[in-house]
Design a binder for this molecule. Structure first.
Ligand code: SOE
Length: 374
């Protein structure tokens, strides 16, 4: 059994989600690696204290610098808003800490490239929280594509729509300020679609996209009679080419009425097709052109033993996993890599590539032209 001592920075929704995963992994994966919850930092000391007491962290602080410097911490877990991801990760790496950072990795591709160089030069384990890749069904889809049974990939059509901000009265928040979030739906939502595209199909070589702000201002949470500007994309759509010759389109709208968690894709292949949506995350639709002509059609495959780490949870097919279970799998892999000092599959370099596509889409939308990934 190996211990990893955790310093968590950010006591909001993702800080709680990560903490739930720390409390769950040993029930599911046994005690190969055991997290020790050492400290929580949040700019709001009350939030840090509340989370520390709820999950059993030994101490709390309102200063993240205490975490990155602490002698009794092995891994820094960053769940703050986007603008502080890389500054904290670089400080942590400079102090010899392993780093686990929420998505998107950075504000810009340039910042992601720099942070990736720092963590790789420091020789620390580094991981990024693209948790939807960790659904065991995605491991099955990746293996099915690699098997060649469905031929080669021609086209990836991806999406990530939500209607969380569908109500114009929904107050303004940090995700709508460029200074705190950089892009809007592109970095917050489409980054997840890009993570699935990158994981399942490969690297993107060029993009052509557009963005739109649908609701240009929203009530100030501090004073609803005052309005604040929405500075980044509510809606983004882009077409692109892969380095392997395939192509794709991705769209994302954070005001898509009726869509709650509509992260999905249709992978069109020369001898079949794969369709998935996160709102039905325990099933995937498979079409095989080799099926008997009299019965060709999409087949619903339920999550089952043989799909990634599903059997760590259940022995029978169709006993559903949820969002929290994906995070538990992600946290297990991250801690296992820290304990064994082995590289993570979904690491800063993976997150950097997503940021390079994001910046290229923004540049393309600005200049109304195709942009190659540098
Ligand atoms: C946005 O509403 C959001 O919370 C994203 O920021 C998360 O990354 C996604 O997992 C759920 O939706």
């Amino acid at each position: 059994m190996k211990k990893v001592r955790i310093g968590l920075i950010g006591a909001g929704f993702m800080g709680r989600t990560h903490s739930n995963a720390y409390k769950s992994i040993n029930n599911i994966f046994g005690d190969e690696v055991v997290p020790e919850l050492v400290a929580v930092a949040d700019v709001n000391a009350d939030n840090a204290k509340a989370l520390a007491e709820k999950y059993g962290f030994q101490r709390w602080t309102d200063d993240w610098k205490e975490i990155v410097k602490a002698e009794d911490i092995d891994m820094v877990d960053i769940t703050t808003p986007n603008a502080s991801h890389c500054p904290i990760a670089i400080e942590a790496a400079n102090n010899g800490k392993h780093v686990y950072c929420e998505k998107p990795l950075a504000m810009t591709a340039q910042e992601a490239i720099h942070a990736t160089k720092v963590v790789e030069d420091a020789g620390i384990v580094n991981s990024v929280g693209f948790n939807y890749v960790r659904n065991p069904i995605q491991q099955y889809v990746k293996e099915l594509i690699a098997s060649g049974e469905l031929g080669t990939v021609v086209n990836f059509r991806g999406m990530y729509d939500q209607d969380y901000y569908n109500d114009p009265e929904q107050k303004h928040e940090w995700r709508m300020f460029k200074s705190a979030s950089a892009s809007g739906a592109l970095g917050d939502l489409a980054s997840h679609t890009l993570s699935l595209s990158q994981y399942l199909i490969g690297d993107i070589s060029s993009v052509c996209g557009m963005t739109q702000i649908i609701v240009p201002e929203r009530p100030d949470p501090a004073d609803p009679s005052h309005m604040l500007p929405v500075e980044n994309d509510d809606l983004v759509q882009f077409m692109y080419t892969y380095e392997n010759g395939a192509c794709g389109t991705i769209f994302s709208n954070r005001l898509a009425a009726g869509r709650k968690m509509s992260l999905g894709y249709e992978i069109q292949m020369t001898n079949g097709c794969i369709v998935y949506n996160q709102e039905r995350q325990n099933e995937v639709q498979i079409y095989r052109h080799d099926d008997d002509k009299r019965e060709r059609g999409f087949k619903t495959v339920l999550i089952a033993p043989g799909h990634g780490e599903y059997e760590r949870f259940f022995g029978g097919a169709g006993i559903c996993l949820g969002y929290a279970d994906q995070k538990t799998i992600e946290v297990y892999h991250t801690l296992k890599c820290v304990a064994d000092k082995t590289p993570c599959e979904i690491d800063f370099r993976f997150g950097m590539k997503v940021m390079q596509v994001i910046d290229a889409v923004l540049e393309s939308a600005e200049n109304h032209q195709w942009v190659s990934i540098k």
